[in-house]
Design a protein. Structure first.
Length: 430
């Protein structure tokens, strides 16, 4: 079975059919509710979290749970969207490390287990100088939040309140999107790796229109930032994370208030579609290539400020304390329990055109390392069986200090070798 898959290589001329439109997790300013929304039917499932305070945003973690920043208790919550249970990951009521955490991102360079990265909205504690703001690292399993590095609390990148994500072009870096006219910059931040000191930040671009709370990472490695102004653009700013160019995309959606939740189809689904949960209670399906509305349906949700694709982090990673690396694959219930996974690297990536296989788009560029991985010539397990849609593989060499390899995981039907699902692409330090 493995030899048959290896013989196919990454051309993946397989049978299969592309998935359906992507469900999203949606939230407002409060932690009290999370909504799971099917954008094709406008079916809304409400999850009451049992806690009520202000939130700065969410991300979907390694275990497909929702991780939410909590302003009132200065920490992070884990929300099981199926059981609607809430667990406190960390709480810093002293306001020393976390006082007002913004939108979090998965930290694929975390050490010792799965982690998150976040910018805090309050003044940074000592030893940071006055007039500073800090980033923080969240150890999900260890239940701790620690300060990472700091930067000036005024100027470009000082209030990346709207959205945060792993940099699709680099390892150990993150991109934050500013909020409203208080910060109209899109900024790149580097990990401090737990060593207190100044953050290395770089301005990617200055937007012509303010972001109003939300954005998403597109399949083309661009970030799409929601703008909605009574007198300006109602649509998106497209941020090219490689060139730094920012261009606006105006869409025929009424300005019903500035805030909305926006998310995209998973990258393997053909086309470039996104969804806008607008303040008028409607969800708009948008063709991002044409900047045009495709469908409209009514959800009744009028207070959404943040949305994330359910499938956004099907592939995550972290470093173990011995320097080896864990790859965590989690396709959830979308694949049968006896499905196979294939995990492969590449040191190059083309974000302009995908491979096409079995009706799927694969935004990954195979190279010699891809085929070495498939041939079991690299120190990790490239093929295995998923249990409950999940599996882990260990890169057995300690961290070598090289800046980056791209990784992708795929799921196959073990009986027919049909391609079932394709993960997000991540870039990791090796």
């Amino acid at each position: 079975m493995s030899k048959k898959l290896l013989g196919m290589g990454v051309a993946l001329a397989l049978l299969g059919s592309a998935g359906v439109a992507q469900k999203g997790y949606l939230t407002g300013f409060s932690t009290s509710k999370v909504w799971t929304v099917d954008p094709t039917t406008c079916t809304v499932q409400t999850c009451r979290t049992g806690t009520s305070e202000s939130s700065g945003g969410i991300t979907v973690g390694y275990d497909r749970a929702i991780y939410m920043s909590a302003w009132s208790t200065n920490g992070f919550l884990r929300i099981d969207p199926v059981q609607c249970t809430t667990t406190t990951i960390c709480s810093d009521r002293t306001n020393r490390v976390l006082g007002s955490p913004y939108d979090p991102a998965v930290n694929n360079e975390a050490v010792g287990g799965p982690g998150l990265w976040v910018v805090d909205g309050n003044s940074a504690p000592s030893p940071a100088p006055s007039g500073s703001r800090n980033t923080a690292l969240v150890d999900i399993l260890g239940g701790t939040c620690v300060m990472d590095c700091w930067f000036p609390d005024t100027g470009p990148g000082s209030k990346p309140k709207s959205f945060a994500v792993n940099d699709p072009q680099s390892c150990g870096k993150f991109i934050g999107v500013g909020y409203s006219t208080k910060d109209m910059y899109v900024t790149r931040y580097e990990l401090g790796n737990g060593k207190p000191g100044p953050c290395v930040t770089t301005t990617i671009c200055k937007m012509r229109e303010p972001s109003v709370w939300d954005a998403f990472l597109g399949e083309d490695c661009a970030i799409y930032v929601w703008n909605s102004s009574r007198y300006g653009n109602v649509g998106f700013t497209r941020v090219d994370t490689q060139t730094g160019s920012c261009t606006t995309c105006s869409i025929g959606i009424p300005h019903a208030g500035p805030n909305a939740g926006v998310w995209a189809d998973p990258p393997e689904i053909p086309g470039n579609r996104a969804y806008v949960a607008n303040a008028d209670g409607k969800i708009y399906t948008v063709d991002m290539d044409k900047c045009a509305v495709v469908t409209i349906c009514r959800s009744g949700l009028t207070s959404v400020t943040n949305a994330q694709s359910v499938e956004e982090n099907e592939l995550t990673s972290w470093l173990n304390k011995d320097g080896t690396r864990t790859f965590n694959i989690n396709f959830g219930s979308s694949v049968p329990s006896n499905a196979l996974f294939v995990l492969v690297p590449s040191i190059i990536r083309d974000c302009k055109a995908p491979l096409i296989a079995g009706g799927y788009e694969i935004w990954f560029t195979p190279d010699v390392y891809t085929f070495l991985g498939l041939g079991s010539a690299l120190p990790y397990t490239p093929i295995g069986t998923l249990s409950g849609g999940a599996a882990q593989s260990i890169w057995r060499l300690p961290l070598l200090g090289y800046n980056g390899a791209y990784w992708i995981a795929m799921a196959f039907d073990a009986r027919t070798n049909k391609l079932l699902n394709v993960s997000n692409v991540i870039k990791l330090c090796i």
